[in-house]
Design a protein around this ligand. Structure first.
Ligand code: PPS
Length: 573
């Protein structure tokens, strides 16, 4: 199944050109008054790869003609292989005063100018078509599809990049080698055959066995080349992962294995992304690329159906290997065989042998509950690192997010819960009540949809920072929109915090009867416009962690139910 060593080109294709302009041109461009755009983390990762030649032959973002050709044929209009859209997405407000021929200055979030985009065209893509072509599905449960449909700006700008400088990183600098630096390193070491391994996860024993075996089969040196760009929501953060890689590296023979990081933004696009990853590694000077089971894939949909057959990525990458310009090394999944106390490729497991595996979600569960992580699964030093970054839930920061109509009882419950948690002690408890936030954080905002969303994002931002620092935060806004509540959850969870959503589902009639602030009366009289529940919508949560109706429930009773839920989820003991 694997290619023989002679399949591999010994000399990788030429060094990819970087996209930086000369110093004089840079100074000139920097003094021009250009319209600007501050890059998102994903855009920043794409830009860094582009500037350093990691996405050669691209010299900028895809124009519409290129984009359509890539979607339809996995090729640029001139026939060269290219499988994923690499585009700059902009909101309408930003795109409005731009046009073909305009130049757009691209900055990193800290303000440093990185590049100028010479805009060739601006277009409004059909993102469902893009999802269908790239992911093979428009299922919003697929995280790549969801990001594309919900969090991508509607206008794409294509054109050539004039690079000013590389983004600056303060973390793991010695490991962030550019394509040129890595190629020079290989040359200096005399490495002519290099097998690259892509990952977005911590490496456990199965990965080590897999990479060892693959490198041995093709008689190549091994490059551990994990991505440190944005990956899938919920993945282990790159700081923890890189600490794990540094530790796992010591398990390999020093002279034949190297670790370097690549700022690649994962799409989770399966087969097309496997080819993309291989192209990137060719640019970094690898001669071989390992493609395992379900490369860059999302295993299955809600009904348990796979989005792609598990070996589809291998098949596509193998079929295109000659064009990519490196050898694809397909590997079967490695599993632990209990009777042999050894890892083996799944197809080589004999009938009657016991296969042991621990899935990503099972590992997270064990970490959350502080349970054992067996030695056959990972090395003790890796388990230690993972425990440090994901302590059991009762030691972690979390948000309790109350949502419901005005007068439903959110503030009362949040306040009462806060007192209980403070009495228990341990973690700091902060309260972000709706009214309080509107006084201090969002005093200039009204109640339009845009302002309500902004208000919730601000709350979520603060909540995420509190949870990141290990605190407990109780949020009690109306938060009437489901999409924005989900965004809040994602913000807190991606900061490593827990998120517990409580729908305070007291019916409108009861809230209105209470009318403590007299607002319902004013809304009914038409004196207050856009009041939630009266002439403004409230979207009930579909799957909250807890639903409480305070019509006949005393605050003490309600708080007791919340504490039981928090205990059941493991956040308090
Ligand atoms: S939102 O939608 O989440 O941003 O709302 P929130 O920040 O929680 O603010 C709700 C409080 O503001 C008062 N108020 C209104 N609520 C809803 N709609 C309109 N038009 C409105 N105008 C003022 C109201 O007292 C809410 O407080 P709570 O604590 O929910 O009763």
């Amino acid at each position: 199944m694997s290619p023989t060593p002679s399949d591999a080109p010994l000399e990788p294709p030429g060094e990819p050109p970087v996209l930086y302009v000369a110093e004089s041109e840079r100074l000139r461009l920097e003094t021009e008054a250009l319209p600007e755009w501050v890059l998102t983390p994903r855009q920043l990762a794409d830009l860094e790869l582009l500037l350093e030649g990691g996405l050669a032959p691209l010299t900028g973002y895809l124009t519409e003609a290129e984009y359509l050709a890539v979607l339809e044929r996995m090729r640029l209009p001139d026939g060269r292989l290219w499988t994923l859209p690499v585009v700059l997405d902009l909101p309408e407000e930003r795109a409005r005063d731009l046009g073909p021929g305009a130049r757009l200055l691209l900055r990193e979030p800290e303000g440093m100018a990185l590049a100028v985009l010479a805009i060739a065209d601006l277009y409004r893509p059909d993102r469902r078509e893009e999802a269908r072509a790239v992911y093979g599905t428009v299922d919003p449960d697929h995280p790549g599809v969801r990001r594309l449909l919900e969090s991508t700006h509607p206008v794409y700008a294509g054109g050539r990049l004039l690079g000013l400088r590389a983004p600056h990183h303060y973390d793991f600098r010695p490991l962030r080698l550019t394509p040129r630096e890595l190629r020079h390193r290989f040359r200096a070491l005399g490495w002519q055959r290099v097998l690259a391994f892509q990952t977005r996860n911590p490496m456990h024993r199965a990965h080590v066995e897999l990479t060892f075996r693959a490198a041995r089969e093709v008689e190549a040196n091994l490059l551990l080349h994990p991505t440190v760009g944005p990956t899938r929501l919920g993945d282990v953060d790159h700081y923890t992962r890189v600490r794990c890689y540094e530790r796992v590296l010591r398990r390999y023979p020093e002279a034949t294995t190297m670790l370097a990081l690549v700022p690649l933004a994962m799409r989770m696009a399966g087969p097309r992304e496997a080819v993309h990853h291989a192209i990137v590694r060719r640019n970094y000077g690898a001669t071989h690329f390992l493609v395992g089971r379900d490369h860059a894939g999302v295993p299955c949909d809600r009904a348990g159906r796979p989005y792609h057959p598990p070996y589809a990525a291998q098949e596509l990458a193998l079929a295109l290997a000659a064009e990519i310009g490196l050898a694809i090394v397909p590997m079967a999944e490695m599993v632990y065989v209990a009777e042999r106390a050894q890892y083996a490729p799944r197809p080589e497991v004999a009938p009657g042998e016991t296969v042991l595996t621990i899935s990503g979600s099972e590992l997270r569960r064990r970490l959350d509950e502080g349970l054992e992580i067996p030695d056959w699964f990972t090395y003790p030093e890796i388990a230690r690192e993972l425990r440090r970054s994901r302590p059991p839930r009762h030691e972690r920061g979390f948000a309790v997010f109350f949502t419901g109509l005005s007068g439903a009882g959110k503030s009362t419950l949040a306040h009462a819960l806060g007192e209980h948690l403070r009495v228990n002690g341990g973690r700091a408890v902060s309260l972000l009540d709706g009214d309080f936030v509107r006084q201090h954080l969002s005093s200039e905002l009204g109640f339009s949809r845009a302002h309500r969303d902004l208000n919730i994002r601000r709350i979520a931002f603060v909540a995420a920072e509190i949870a990141r620092a290990g605190g407990i935060v109780l949020c009690a806004p109306i938060a009437p929109y489901a999409v924005t509540r989900r965004e809040a959850r994602e913000m807190v969870e991606s900061a490593g915090g827990g998120f517990v959503e409580i729908h305070v589902a007291t019916p409108l009639e009861v809230c209105e009867r209470r009318d403590r602030k007299g607002l319902y009366a004013r809304a009914r009289a038409g004196l207050l416009k856009g009041f939630t529940g009266i002439d403004d919508p409230y979207e009930s949560p579909e799957r909250p962690d807890l639903v409480l109706d305070t019509t006949a429930l005393r605050p003490e009773e309600a708080v007791h139910r919340i504490l039981l839920k928090l205990e059941a989820l493991g956040y308090v003991r």
